[in-house]
Design a protein around this ligand. Structure first.
Ligand code: ADP
Ligand code: MG
Length: 689
């Protein structure tokens, strides 16, 4: 039996320098090679006659070498041309700047060529993939079949990589041991693992390729979900936290003091939070709700509950602007109830910082609001009962863990405005319970999303001016703060000047991340108090900012922003009763950028936006899977493959129910696989060594 863990240098065609390149791609062993899957496949299996092929198509032909020769173009380029033909016609195969090609061919040889057909005077096929037929070899590698295309850097040539992969698959794939128990494989009608690996590289047909992918995708999901199932189980077993009393004076008064009626969704989530907080088990809950759906008040309800029970509450926000806004609003709402709210942000003077830290330590502060300054060393709570993390996707796992560590198993509520469907959330955030706010508070005006080409951007400014004249306010967002020589993007500082000249009657403010906290605060206050009509800004206003009189959001160079960012920016407006406008000014070039803009025009539903975003960016980037401590998915796609995901999920949870520590011999390989991808502590598998 051959060992798959041996170095990739045992593959024919891999010398020391190539090995180096492979290593840089993260490929050390034969096993790594086998699991380096193609990015896509190209169907080069249909071989055509020369008379059948058409310009601009990618075609495969089987031909004889008639004659060849090289010349040098006027610009000094080496052009090597082979005239080839079959019984129906002749065509030129041309290679540019590859003079060594002339040693490859002999007159009379049989070739298979694949490439894009161009029409000059003759039909011509440029830099084609080629395979020289020896007469005996039936097993085509590069053409005449469905061909794998690998995710390579420029340094590596597909042809070379495909050759070593063919060798690896031919010589080693039979050594792969199936990780799935026989029953599970049968039940779900899955291909044997080694056949799946063989065929994901060199499929014998479309259908076989599809089945091979399904098998590999299933495995990826199964490992992911078994890991999540174990995490979940291990959390449920151990911890004891605080049990909150739900009734009391303070919470009664707080409810009465609210200026509006809570929506049905908000009430439902509040009761879910109450159940959790009542229980001895620490709450670990994710609250999803679209921008503007009113998550803050729900969080505040929880914070007030914890204060009523004699504990402290913390609310962590990703930006100073947002922390400051939360502080202002929350303090306004609860100070008359005798609740002490304290702000802890980044750039306080040392003396003031220690004073505030001291207040936290002795329990003088009931609700502490801040940025990541909250989790810094030296911040010690007297008794933290509930920690809320706003806009959780802006934080990493570490930061969440640190806040949690400020107390013994406090209740945790994390909030996000990039919501995903519930089943998906349960899967991806498998160790959390999920609540969803799925309606907006009543009385909101409609938001229109418009797309303006660059040349029409003056019209966008005019529209903003018009709105301002009837009493509204506007944001204009730029991708960069300062102009730079490298790019010709318009920048916030310069545009603030330009717009101030163009619209002398308007009060135009500037806000960006390089300003001091105090300056940012003042600008935001002025905007909120309508002392500023038009706020020229960078992405710093992305999350959470709540100014209900603003009705225009212009995003310049919209192609530079991610889809979730654009949706968040749009969420800054439409918070009042007025009609609002989100104007995307852009000249999108890439397909992804076009896709993002059209998604924005198509829908305002945060759930749909998140799905599209996931589609565009893939789960790794979208969730920052690394941040979640989840293994990376190589080919499985949570959205596209959701049916397989469901099946794998059922199997994973069943598996853990039947064999909690994966001790049974048939589950051994799944266990090994898990341990290579998750940490032992996470899985609580440590006990079985
Ligand atoms: P997000 O979910 O984006 O964090 P916020 O909590 O900032 O939303 O709420 C947006 C605005 O809606 C705030 O001004 C808030 O006071 C208001 N709001 C929240 N709940 C309600 C409600 N039930 N009725 C009316 N307005 C509400
Ligand atoms: Mg918010």
């Amino acid at each position: 039996m051959k060992d798959l863990k041996v170095s990739a240098r045992f593959v024919k065609g891999v010398g020391p320098s190539r090995l180096n390149i492979l290593n840089r791609l993260g490929i050390e062993t034969i096993q790594d090679l086998l699991y380096c899957f193609p990015r896509r496949h190209e169907d080069r299996s249909r071989i055509k006659k020369v008379e059948e092929i058409r310009p601009w198509n990618f075609e495969t032909i089987k031909v004889k070498v008639l004659t060849f020769g090289e010349r040098v173009s006027k610009k000094g380029m080496n052009i090597f041309q082979v005239a080839v033909g079959d019984s129906t016609g002749v065509i030129h195969a041309t290679w540019f700047n590859q003079p060594y090609m002339k040693d490859k061919f002999k007159i009379g040889q049989e070739l298979v060529l694949y490439g894009k057909v161009e029409r000059y005077i003759y039909l011509q096929i440029n830099n084609p993939e080629y395979e020289i037929l020896t007469g005996t070899k039936e097993d085509f590698v590069h053409i005449g079949r469905i061909v794998p295309i690998y995710p390579l850097t420029e340094n590596l040539n597909q042809r070379w990589f495909r050759n070593i992969m063919k060798f690896t698959v031919d010589n080693y794939v039979d050594e792969i041991v199936d990780i799935l128990p026989f029953e599970m494989r049968k039940r779900n009608n899955l291909m044997i693992l080694k056949e799946a690996v063989r065929n994901i590289h060199f499929p014998s047909s479309d259908i076989v390729l599809k089945n091979a992918k399904e098998r590999i995708i299933f495995d990826e999901f199964l490992i992911l979900l078994t890991g999540i199932a174990l995490k979940r189980t291990s959390i449920k077993i151990d911890l004891t936290g605080y049990s909150h009393k739900l009734e009391g004076d303070l919470i009664q008064k707080f409810k009465k003091s609210l200026a509006f009626q809570l929506t049905k969704s908000q009430l439902k989530v509040i009761s879910e939070i109450e159940e959790d907080m009542k229980s001895q088990k620490p709450m670990n809950r994710l609250l999803q709700g679209d921008v503007g759906s009113g998550k803050t008040i729900v969080a505040l309800y929880g914070l007030m509950l914890t204060v009523q029970n004699g504990y402290q509450g913390a609310l962590m926000a990703p930006t100073e602007i947002l922390a400051e806004q939360h502080y202002r609003n929350i303090n306004e709402m609860v100070k008359s109830l005798g609740v002490k709210v304290l702000l802890l942000s980044g750039d306080l003077k040392e003396e003031e910082r220690s004073r505030r830290r001291h207040m936290i330590e002795i329990g003088e502060a009931d609700i502490v609001i801040g940025t990541h300054a909250l989790i810094q060393e030296g911040v010690n709570f007297k008794k933290l009962g509930l920690a809320v993390i706003d806009e959780q996707h802006k934080f990493g796992v570490m930061q969440r863990a640190l806040l949690k560590a400020k107390s013994e198993n406090p209740d945790i509520l994390v909030m996000t405005a990039t919501p995903i469907p519930r089943t998906l959330a349960l899967t991806v955030y498998g160790d959390m319970d999920v609540s969803i706010i799925d309606e907006l508070p009543p009385g909101r005006g409609e938001t229109k999303t418009l797309y303006f080409e660059e040349k029409n951007r003056e019209k966008a400014y005019k529209l903003a001016e018009g709105e301002i004249k009837i009493g509204r306010q506007a944001y204009i967002v730029y991708p960069i703060i300062d102009e730079s020589e490298k790019s010709d993007l318009r920048a916030a500082i310069k545009m603030h000047k330009d717009l101030s000249v163009s619209f002398p009657d308007l009060k135009i403010g500037l806000l960006h991340g390089r300003m001091k906290s105090k300056e940012k605060e003042d600008i935001m206050h002025d905007f909120k108090d309508r002392k500023i009509d038009m706020l020229v800004s960078t992405i710093v206003v992305e999350v959470g900012v709540d100014v209900s009189n603003a009705s225009v959001m212009i995003v310049e160079h919209a192609e530079r922003f991610g889809l979730s960012q654009l949706h968040q920016l749009r969420g800054r407006i439409g918070r009042g009763k007025h009609l609002s406008y989100c104007i995307l000014v852009s000249e999108p070039k890439s397909d992804d950028a076009k896709h993002r803009i059209s998604a924005m025009l198509k829908t305002q539903d945060g759930f749909k936006i998140a799905e599209e975003d996931l589609e565009i960016r893939g789960p790794g980037e979208f969730f920052g899977t690394k941040q979640h401590g989840l293994p990376e998915l190589k080919i499985a796609n949570i959205i596209r493959d959701k049916e397989i995901l469901e099946i794998a999920k059922t199997e994973a949870f069943d598996l853990i129910r039947r064999d909690r520590f994966l001790r049974l011999p048939e589950n051994r390989l799944i266990r090994d696989n898990l341990l290579s991808k998750f940490s032992k502590e996470d899985l609580a598998l440590a006990s079985v060594g």
